[in-house]
Design a protein around this ligand. Structure first.
Ligand code: CA
Length: 250
């Protein structure tokens, strides 16, 4: 999938280009609105548009792109640009992301936008750690996925971003979902706080990670059992099945 990134700040464009590249995206990066509106050598499948550009208003770039193409557009906005987001959406942008954001969050939005646009599922399989079509099921350690019950107690669909516990849908915020999906990449494995912040929040996250604890607390509450997420004191968190004490012994 080919992305056109229109962003003047190399501190954002650099890690983004690199991170998206790791997930199999081709990124064409330009730094001005004029370059973004120039006839591209290769047509992008999706445009990532920073609204704060040096040469022209990002909203005019959005309008210009939309005037000639139905290419999906995701706006990248700074804090406090709510009015611009609304105008951008009215001008035909498909979605927006507020800085700072992580690569995984961006990929989830790309997937959602391309799906809404009726485009083929461009996001490469494995982009979020598992086959996109696969419904991830977390089963107790003693129970193999092939034997007996078809559904585990916790089912996470990365495709529809739905989460069910014992068949009941659990409503999560986008960030809570990303956090749960990240831990579910490898149930039972402890992920460090920094690993989680880097992947679920921002690749260059600095400062206090209290927000992580708040999201873990919310997830535990919504999943109906604090045992789903175990704290590894001084290290991080891992996903476990509540009441499952067979791990390691069988
Ligand atoms: Ca900018």
């Amino acid at each position: 999938m080919r992305l056109l990134l229109i962003e003047d700040d190399d501190r954002i464009a650099g890690p983004l280009t690199e991170g998206l590249g790791r997930y199999g995206f081709t990124v064409d990066h330009v730094r001005t609105g004029a370059a973004g509106l120039a006839e591209p050598a290769a047509a992008p499948d999706l445009v990532l548009l920073d609204l704060g550009l040096p040469d022209m208003d990002g909203l005019d770039v959005c309008r210009g792109l939309r005037a000639r193409s139905a290419v999906p557009i995701i706006m990248i906005t700074a804090r406090g640009e709510e009015a611009d987001r609304i105008v951008g959406l009215e001008l035909g942008a498909d979605d927006y992301l507020a800085k700072p954001f992580g690569v995984r969050e961006l990929i989830a939005r790309i997937r959602a936008v391309t799906r809404r646009a009726g485009a083929p599922a461009y996001v490469p399989a494995g982009a979020l750690g598992v086959e996109a079509e696969l419904q991830v099921q977390v089963l107790p350690a003693h129970q193999s996925a092939s034997g007996g019950q078809a559904l585990g107690p916790l089912a996470i669909s990365r495709r529809s971003r739905e989460v069910r516990v014992d068949g009941h849908e659990v409503a999560l915020t986008p960030r809570e979902f990303d956090l749960l999906a990240f831990l579910a990449d490898d149930p039972g494995t402890v992920f460090s706080r920094q690993q989680i912040m880097d992947s679920v929040w921002d690749p260059h996250f600095f400062g206090p990670t209290k927000t992580l604890d708040a999201h873990v607390a919310a997830l535990r509450r919504k999943l109906g059992d604090p045992g789903w997420i175990t704290t590894a004191r001084g290290v991080g968190f891992r996903l476990t099945v509540p009441g499952d004490h067979t791990e390691g012994s069988g």
